[in-house]
Design a protein around this ligand. Structure first.
Ligand code: LLP
Length: 419
């Protein structure tokens, strides 16, 4: 296993060599802990798998947008895939050059488009004729040319959870290739003096564990790109999106090599510059959420391990029925029965895991929710007026705070009372 979150010789869970129980004692829980070495390794492994094609990797900021993490990835050469003006600010603050930023998303506001053009982002992935009209008008008013790629919808089912599938025609994403719609719009942007056509983009969904849908989507993309080129149009870049899935049930690595081989087989020597927007496969396995058992309660037919971590800290289990391994941070004990690992929030949907074979977990002891480095901290909320968990990163033998624990005072200070 490649990642840096491992058991030491005495069976204690460690993150980049530091013990989880000691970090929890020092920083408190709930606590997100990331491995800096892990992020670097995942990013470089992904990039190396694409060494036979002309690849630019734009890390999908939405997966984990801590500025410290963006900065670490920037030092490895990463660009950024962003979906809001806020993410652009983070990427720039982390030192990612504007020309290595790709702006994706179906609903960019005029202010966001203006800010992106003002900063000189490298590429805007447009998703509708209406959006292109706004980009063109804003570029005209700013007296510059907007670098635009079209995100196409190739009508491929990625076979992932329905809430994170974006490839089908029935979704809000992309411009359909069917009936020549995408080709027609591409011809229009090529003729538009306020736009520099950059190429085509595709992203069919997230957490794809099977490569076949990538193959279908990429072949379809290549077909339309080649036909536009045959008309004499300039199609410099093909942006292949993100989506490569991880192994939440076990601890095997994402199949970077197989993904790289597939991309190479389809695109090598075709004369396109390729863009990539990986998020989960860079971040997920390189973070854990540490929580403390507050109480154990015997229910009708199973135990409830009630922790200080809840759905507001990690919403994936209840939002997508997703599975995260949950393990005591201390040496592994034999399981004694079925348990739900739940939080204090007043909803039955507030769980981190259900029906797990668990050992006895003493009060006050710590559990690690595994593979929580992607779409964990970024999706936190303050439901039940629970301040956000802290985030720390271990790198080169040292723990660094990425984001201090919020306090209730912080939350209340953001509100006005008009009465
Ligand atoms: N590019 C675009 C245009 C995207 O919409 C996304 C993810 C990515 C790249 C990165 O995809 P990845 O490599 O991470 O699969 N919150 C959900 C995942 C939502 C993904 C949204 N878009 C979850 O927790 O599973």
């Amino acid at each position: 296993m490649m990642n840096d979150i491992l058991r030491d010789a005495s069976g204690h869970l460690t993150i980049s060599g530091m013990r989880a129980d000691e970090l929890a004692a020092q920083y408190g829980t709930p606590l997100y802990v990331y491995s800096g070495e892990g992020f670097v390794r995942s990013f470089t492994t992904f990039t190396k798998s694409l060494s036979e094609v002309d690849a630019r990797v734009h890390y999908a900021v939405k997966a984990n947008s801590a500025i410290g993490i963006l900065s670490l990835l920037a030092s490895c050469g990463a660009g950024a895939d962003i979906v809001s003006g806020g993410e652009m600010r983070r990427a720039l603050a982390a030192g990612i050059p504007a020309d290595k930023i790709v702006f994706s998303g179906v609903g960019k506001t005029d202010d966001e488009i203006r800010a992106a053009l003002g900063e000189g982002v490298g590429q805007i992935n447009a998703e509708s004729a209406a959006e292109i009209a706004h980009i063109s008008a804003i570029a005209n008013a700013m007296n510059l040319q907007a670098p635009v790629a079209l995100r196409v919808n190739v009508n491929v089912d990625p076979g992932s959870h329905k809430k994170i599938s974006t490839g089908q025609r029935s979704t809000k994403f992309g411009i359909p290739v069917e009936d020549g719609e995408a080709a027609h719009l591409y011809r229009e942007i090529c003729a538009n003096p306020h736009i520099i056509p950059r190429g085509l983009a595709v992203h069919i969904g997230s957490q794809l564990r099977n490569l076949a849908p990538f193959e279908m989507a990429y072949q379809a993309l290549l077909e339309i790109a080649d036909s536009l080129r045959a008309e004499g149009l300039d199609v410099p870049i093909l942006d292949l999106g993100g989506g490569l899935g991880i192994d939440y049930e076990g601890d095997s690595d994402p199949d970077f090599a197989a993904y790289g081989a597939l991309v190479t087989r389809i695109f090598a020597n075709r004369g396109y510059q390729l863009g990539f927007e990986p998020g989960r496969c860079i971040a997920a396995d390189n973070g854990v959420l540490l929580v403390t058992n507050l109480y154990t309660k015997q229910g009708e037919d199973k135990r409830f391990i009630i922790t200080d971590g809840a759905m507001n800290d990690l919403i994936r289990p209840t939002l997508y029925e997703s599975y995260h391994r949950i393990e005591p941070v201390g040496p592994q004990q034999t399981a004694t029965g079925i348990a739900d690992i739940v939080g204090p929030v007043c909803e039955t949907g507030d769980y981190l895991g259900t029906d797990r074979m668990m050992p006895d977990v003493p009060e006050g002891s710590c559990l690690a929710v595994m593979s929580a480095g992607a779409y964990g901290a970024v999706m936190m909320s303050n439901y039940n007026t629970r301040p956000e968990a802290a985030e720390i990163i271990i790198y080169q033998g040292q723990a660094h705070i990425l984001r201090p624990r919020r306090t209730v005072d912080d939350l209340i200070a953001l509100e006005d009372n008009p009465f």
